[in-house]
Design a protein around this ligand. Structure first.
Ligand code: FAD
Length: 318
């Protein structure tokens, strides 16, 4: 079932959903699935599974040179999607990246998803491959998510990359894209970023998922801005309860967001991370209540491998 249908079927009642990250290579998938199992109580109709492209490790060699080794730390997105479908009968949403793929590789990837009966994808450009800080597409790959949206739309119309190839049974993917209420790091300014978002939506996106934020006003202003630009598709807020004192500095740096002063004060007043975790949960519950009252269609949680805090938040809302 498509995410947009899930939203329609909910008839204005908020939906609970989560994002999971594949385990580090070699780790047992069972731990991940056992960890999210309690969250099934809140009946998520869909679960996102992130995708991680190659990273580079720099290893000092005995002769003093640095050897750069390509690694792929978290493979398994498609397998995890399939495991989720079997174990929980929930719709998986694999993330599909531009970075690290040629167009043909992406086509093969999408065909596999289609054969598995997966109806949804979240289309992303991907971050620059670590340790670099500028994004570089693969030869014959894409530079922007909007281009990959176009490829998925073409496939939905039965049109493949190479002339003369037609689909036996065209795919019918519901396409999600990412957006940043506090601006994407690389964008020159908010307005330019929004114009590119509009372009991405016009290419055929069906819904938007936002980067995490801790100040609801940022989400509400962002939704208003989208609507004023003629972007009418659902906008799903991405949420994460703050969980350690260190995240006060880490989250703004990694995700380029502002933390509201009240949240910072309440976490700074905590004497332990256990207390900070409770403060983060409390804040997130208040955020969720306000978002639901403000008409957010889904509350989408970034689990980052943990579920106890999300359990508490969801328990207070759903
Ligand atoms: P785009 O929409 O392509 O935008 C990237 C930048 O380019 C923006 O600054 C935009 O303003 C600009 N831009 C867009 N179009 C143009 C154009 N035509 N010309 C010039 N500039 C343009 N990363 C992963 O690696 N794996 C994941 O699973 C993953 N999941 C995510 C889930 C969510 C909900 C979010 C919000 C992010 C996720 N990310 C993930 C991170 C994401 O890949 C990065 O934020 C990435 O830097 C941007 O991806 P995008 O799809 O938003 O890019």
């Amino acid at each position: 079932t498509k995410i947009t249908e899930h939203i329609r079927n909910a008839n204005g009642k908020p939906i609970f959903s989560i994002e999971v990250i594949p385990p580090i290579k070699g780790d047992n998938l069972k731990n991940l699935l056992d960890n999210i199992e309690p969250l099934m109580e809140f009946k998520p109709p869909f679960i996102d599974v992130t995708y991680h492209r190659e990273e580079y490790i720099e290893r000092p060699m005995p002769d003093g040179t640095i050897k750069r080794i390509i690694t792929r730390k978290r493979p398994g997105t498609v397998g995890i999607c399939s495991a989720i479908m079997h174990r929980f009968t929930v719709d998986p949403v694999p993330h599909v990246l531009c970075g690290g793929f040629t167009r043909d590789e992406t086509e093969d990837f999408l065909i596999d998803l289609h054969y598995l009966g997966i109806d949804n994808v979240l289309v992303l450009r991907g971050d620059p491959a670590k340790p670099f800080n500028t994004f570089k597409p693969k030869d014959n790959g894409y530079s922007y998510a909007s281009e990959l949206v176009e490829q998925v739309v073409n496939m939905n119309h039965g049109s493949y990359l190479h002339e003369g190839e037609t689909a036996l049974a065209p795919s019918n993917f519901c396409i999600g894209v990412a957006a940043y209420p506090e601006k994407h790091l690389e964008a020159i300014d908010f307005e330019t970023d929004m114009q590119y978002l509009k372009h991405k939506v016009e290419k055929g996106a069906d819904y938007i998922v936002t980067q995490m934020f801790f100040d609801n006003q940022k989400y509400f202003d962002f939704v208003d801005k989208c609507r004023s630009m003629g972007i009418t598709i659902p906008i799903i807020p991405g949420l994460k309860p703050l969980s350690t004192r260190k995240q006060l500095s880490v989250l703004p740096r990694i995700f380029h967001l502002d933390l509201p002063e009240d949240l910072v004060k309440s976490v700074e007043a905590c004497e332990s991370d256990a207390q900070a975790r409770e403060a983060g949960i409390e804040w997130c519950i208040q955020q969720c209540r306000e978002l639901v009252a403000g008409g957010a269609p889904v509350l989408h949680f970034y689990t980052m491998g943990k579920s106890d805090n999300i359990m508490k938040v969801a328990g207070a809302i759903f």
